[in-house]
Design a protein around this ligand. Structure first.
Ligand SMILES: *Cc1c(COP(=O)(O)O)cnc(C)c1O
Length: 426
């Protein structure tokens, strides 16, 4: 199922000269995105699901909330998936409208539902209890989707992929059926079904296995309640291999796998009109982003430390999940291998991009590329220690660059404080 193990497959999408030129104008650290790669992935996804009439990808905005990135995806035919009112607002500014926007939130405030209704976003309810809450606070729309959580564990063969029973998201099967019944009685006309049961999967079997479960549920819903779903949302969860083994998912095999289940389960049940939706974030963007950073210091105590100018505020995943992100030393690719810890400056010992990592010797001033930061990278950033958010730069297909978000300044950091303004003198 997995593609061939190729240890030399994790190459940056930029070269040293480009980075040297960029760094003359934009100080490191910064996030860099590759427009060509983003478009290619979107096109491959649409090709892989071209067998399904209504197929649409709703990019999970939280992964890379930048209008310039969302615009590229819009041009490739994608919609957006939002979880908050601010993500909805950003999507509106890019020009997404009504059914190009899905709203898959949880623990949602009344005003957010009101706004989602106002702009005609497609609402996907996380909880059975949300039905009454939505009706009371914003009214029920004509089209609604419900989020399913089967409980238990999600298995592929003998591998446990995730633990839905521990997940706060979605509703039980009994609640789901009760929900559809009530919504039908209340006059809702168009229905969707959604589930997100395993995160960052690197196997072509995840989507087809999930699809089969949801397709069988759709048949039951038709038989028991008389509702023919309009769409089934397979949500996110197709991952990327962050390791240098680079055993990436094959989206064409995944699309075919889902098609087989569709033809085996939905079509014989007379449900061949159902559109397939996805809400991929990581798969769409992660490989097409780099965090570019520079070595500031070397330090030797009980280990060899390489201090860089980025920190966990720019990329939280290693500190939060102990996640592996591959690192390339662009400046010294042929240097002798050295085992180091690559660290940021936060007063937190989990601020490490790599531990005991063998790298071509990182020297002071070297440019390092931290890979696969295009999703859940910049977006999880924060301001601990008064560290500021970096710039985001888009590399266009013609090689030109565009700053799509400037770096924060101390003035930005002070902007929300009353009575104290930034004082560079004192
Ligand atoms: C985070 C999220 C996604 C995207 O997940 P990825 O793992 O980035 O593909 C999609 N849908 C919902 C509801 C999410 O919360």
């Amino acid at each position: 199922m997995k593609t061939k193990n190729n240890p030399n497959n994790k190459h940056p999408f930029v070269d040293l000269e480009t980075i040297q030129n960029l760094s003359q104008h934009y100080p490191t650290p910064f996030h860099l995105y590759d427009e060509k790669g983003i478009r290619q992935t979107a096109r491959d996804l649409y090709k892989a699901f071209s067998w399904n009439q209504g197929f649409k990808e709703f990019f999970a905005v939280k992964a890379t909330p930048n209008p310039a990135i969302l615009r590229i995806l819009k041009e490739e035919g994608c919609g957006v998936d939002c979880a908050t009112d601010v993500e909805l607002m950003m999507s509106r500014t890019v020009g997404f409208r009504e059914h190009e926007i899905s709203f898959t939130s949880n623990d949602t405030g009344a005003s957010e539902f009101v706004y989602a209704r106002e702009i005609g976003a497609m609402i996907n309810l996380d909880a059975y209890e949300d039905i009454a809450f939505l009706e009371a606070n914003a009214g029920l729309p004509k089209c609604l989707s419900l989020r399913y959580n089967p409980g238990g564990v999600f298995e592929l063969g003998s591998d446990i992929m995730d633990h839905p029973e521990e997940s706060k998201f979605g509703m039980t099967k009994a609640q789901l059926f009760q929900g559809y019944r009530e919504l039908k009685e209340k006059g809702v006309e168009s229905f969707g079904l959604h589930a997100f049961l395993a995160s960052n999967t690197v196997t072509n079997a995840y989507y087809p296995t999930l699809a089969a479960q949801l397709f069988e549920l759709a048949v039951e819903i038709k038989e028991e309640i008389g509702i023919e779903l309009d769409f089934i949302n397979l949500s996110g969860g197709i991952g990327v291999d962050y390791s240098p083994n680079n055993q990436q998912n094959d989206i064409f095999a995944i699309g075919e796998g889902v098609r087989k289940q569709y033809e085996a389960i939905l079509e014989p049940a007379g449900l061949g009109q159902i559109a397939i939706y996805t809400e991929l974030g990581r798969f769409m963007l992660a490989p097409h982003g780099h965090l570019i950073t520079r070595v500031l210091h070397r330090k030797k105590t009980y280990r060899q430390y390489v201090g860089v100018d980025a920190s966990a505020v720019n990329l939280l995943r290693p500190a939060m999940y102990d996640a592996y992100h591959h690192i390339t030393n662009l400046s010294n690719p042929d240097g002798a291998e050295e085992v180091v810890d690559v660290v940021g400056s936060l007063c937190e010992n989990n601020d490490k991009f790599a531990k005991h990592r063998s790298l071509p010797q990182p020297r002071i001033g070297d440019f390092l590329v931290i890979h696969d930061t295009g999703a859940h990278g910049f977006s999880m950033g924060y301001n601990y220690n008064g560290r500021l958010r970096s710039a985001e730069i888009l590399l266009h297909e013609d090689g030109s660059e565009q700053v799509i978000r400037r770096a924060e300044t101390p003035e930005d950091y002070f902007a929300t404080l009353y009575g104290y303004s930034m004082d560079r003198e004192n």
